[in-house]
Design a protein around this ligand. Sequence first.
Ligand SMILES: Cc1cc2nc3c(=O)[nH]c(=O)nc-3n(C[C@H](O)[C@H](O)[C@H](O)COP(=O)(O)OP(=O)(O)OC[C@H]3O[C@@H](n4cnc5c(N)ncnc54)[C@H](O)[C@@H]3O)c2cc1C
Length: 314
Amino acid sequence: MNSFKKKIAVLGGGLAGIGATASLKEEGFDVDCFEKTSQYGGTWCYREESEEGVPSIMPTTIINHSKEMGAVSNFPPPKEFNNFMRHHELYKYITEYVTQKDVLKHFHFNTEVKTVQRAPDYEETGRWTVTVRNRITEEETTNIYDGVLVCVGHINRPKLPTYPGQDQFKGKILHSHSLKGVAPYHNKTVVVVGMGCSGLDAAVETSSVAKQVYLSTRSGAHVINRIGPKGLPYDYTLIRPYIYQLLDIFPANFVGWLLETCYLDFQYDHKLYAIKPDHHIFSKDPILNDHIGSKLMSGAVIMNHTSNALQKTV
Ligand SMILES: Cc1cc2nc3c(=O)[nH]c(=O)nc-3n(C[C@H](O)[C@H](O)[C@H](O)COP(=O)(O)OP(=O)(O)OC[C@H]3O[C@@H](n4cnc5c(N)ncnc54)[C@H](O)[C@@H]3O)c2cc1C
């Protein structure tokens, strides 16, 4: 098969789109990468203003895995980079990658993919018709591609639940997608709903200035500190072949129980801190957070397992 002339559209210029473009380029494909914003990097391109449909992080976001475990396999981060990179350092790493791989010449910025459809000759060729719109000039362009890689991300639209009494509530309600600093929460009472990574980041960050933060969760969570045994990154110990070898031999529930008891509860007993979930560690991703234990210990954050309604405040 002569793949060299095949034309591939990569939709989205985040980490997945960058990696896909670099790999396709290496394999000799003709690549167009469409990115609707003016910058590459997706989630890891920090934006002061959040925008619906564009991934968003907080000023304090730190990656969840150590640089060795999270590295691009053929492009290790420089040794002077920190073990757990803050978002701007990770962006620097991404920038070094796109520069070395000369990826950006395939990028079409400010270009939003509007539709992807089977080409009229799809049955014979398997090709796709891709229509994009330039967000500055509003011009629409349609082209045929031999293949399409969808890399548009999956956590870029805030999902806000509604609660009974919400329309009566006089306080401010926002999604962590728009949380860009803690100053507005100075001396306020804050309820953080949800105990995922962003929820815990929001609780920990706002509790440094708020009067009181309540953390509301239906299920609890398994929480892991970035700092593992002997002060080394947790994933040096946890993400190892022995875990998979254990899973080959024993039932997942048993290996999960072992990890929870001998590792997680060794940091702090999840039951004692009222965060222990019903599910075992392999049935839902654990949450990375280094400070929630001390915040709960000091009462800066209080667990609340019952809040399911909002009421008017005066
Ligand atoms: C707060 C936060 C913390 C996170 N922390 C971690 C972590 O520690 N470790 C980890 O592994 N993952 C983490 N993630 C997950 C993160 O999604 C991944 O790290 C990674 O960035 C996903 O890359 P992606 O390219 O798939 O998607 P994204 O980063 O979402 O990039 C998608 C790109 O596609 C573009 N796009 C979307 N729609 C269109 C369209 N129609 N046309 C053209 N372009 C389009 C967007 O503008 C964006 O640039 C975190 C996510 C968030 C929000």
